[in-house]
Design a binder for this molecule. Structure first.
Ligand code: ADP
Length: 304
């Protein structure tokens, strides 16, 4: 399948800080590709370059076959960009925002109705409400509708659902699936595990570097296989005891339990016996489901 985004050795510095460090990435046509990394990883910088708002210092990138630097003007018609911060005019109504974005791209609001109708359908109850007065989920739906008004080939979305309630997030992702079926390629960053699992591929990014690209099944399930919860009334002695076990790679506080990352040789029953021998009579260990925080901890460790 053809690559719609092709990034080679992309590098960006802010003074001495290397925000992107020789990033290589390919995204195939009509796919939903997830970008996951902690704050400061370089995601927004990458989006700014792909959206032609920032020039790289080194390397190159093409989106929809167009170079982000040399062909930036042409490229703008091919991309829909949803920045991390709310990008619409809060004092304009829903209808006015739509007309404004349509006029920017010289298209009629109704032209790409097949793409935008399912989104606007949810907004039609309040055409005259100011964008700033919409709920978080509705704001993001309006932003998505505006980003699609010129029928872009590629959607670039920087954490579009951060802070949005779970139902709206789910509806938002239903819309992304529909857009994908219409052939639109989507690059989306997220800090929600359930969303990461809806992508076809995920790139893990930290400190400006891509550390891994794989299917969510392999990245997440691979992590869950060797991830456990541990608890005891005496959490700190438990943490210390677990860290001395040779099969334990990482152990950290996670909400009201500890998360324990192990190697394949770890046997939870043996570990519990050993902990009890050390006086932690109530120690319990059971399988855990990996969270995005676990991925970030893994990223930081792999990087260290
Ligand atoms: P993310 O979107 O993953 O949080 P960013 O791309 O915003 O990451 O930032 C990557 C790094 O570059 C961070 O260390 C950030 O502080 C730094 N950075 C981002 N924008 C600027 C800027 N305009 N000037 C200086 N440093 C910046």
């Amino acid at each position: 399948m053809k690559n719609v985004i092709d990034i080679q050795g992309l590098t960006k510095r802010y003074g001495k800080l290397l925000a992107l460090d020789h990033v290589n990435l390919s995204v195939s046509e009509g796919s939903i590709f997830g970008l996951i990394g902690p704050d400061g990883a370089g995601k927004s910088t990458l989006y700014h370059i792909l959206a032609t708002l920032l020039s790289p210092d080194d390397g190159s990138a093409t989106v929809a076959g167009l170079d982000v630097v040399k062909e930036h003007k042409k490229l703008r018609a091919e991309i829909g960009y949803m920045p991390e911060k709310f990008s619409l005019y809060p004092d304009l109504t829903v209808r006015e925002n739509l007309h404004f974005f349509a006029s920017l791209f010289g298209v009629d609001v109704n032209k790409n109705f097949d793409l935008t109708a399912p989104i606007f359908d949810q907004l039609k109850k309040f055409p005259d409400r100011k964008a700033g007065a919409l709920s978080g989920g509705m704001k993001q739906k309006l932003a998505l509708g505006c980003a699609l008004i010129h029928r872009p080939k590629v959607l670039l979305m920087d954490e579009p659902t951060t802070g949005v309630d779970a139902v709206s997030r789910s509806e938002f992702w239903e819309m992304l699936s529909t857009l994908k079926e219409k052939g639109i390629t989507i690059l989306v960053s997220t800090s929600y595990m359930d969303e990461a699992q809806r992508c076809e591929h995920i790139a893990l990014i930290n400190k400006g570097r891509i550390l891994d690209v794989d299917t969510p099944v392999r990245l997440v399930d691979g992590m869950d296989k060797n991830l456990y919860n541990a608890s005891s009334k005496e959490m700190y002695p438990l943490l210390e005891a677990l860290r001395t076990l040779p099969e334990v790679k990482e152990c950290y506080t996670f909400g009201s339990t500890l998360h324990v990352v192990t190697n394949n040789g770890f046997n939870p029953d043996d570990a519990v016996k050993e902990l009890r021998q050390k006086g932690l009579e109530d120690a319990l260990i059971w399988p855990a489901k990996g969270n995005i925080e676990d991925l970030f901890i893994k990223l930081a460790k792999d990087d260290g």
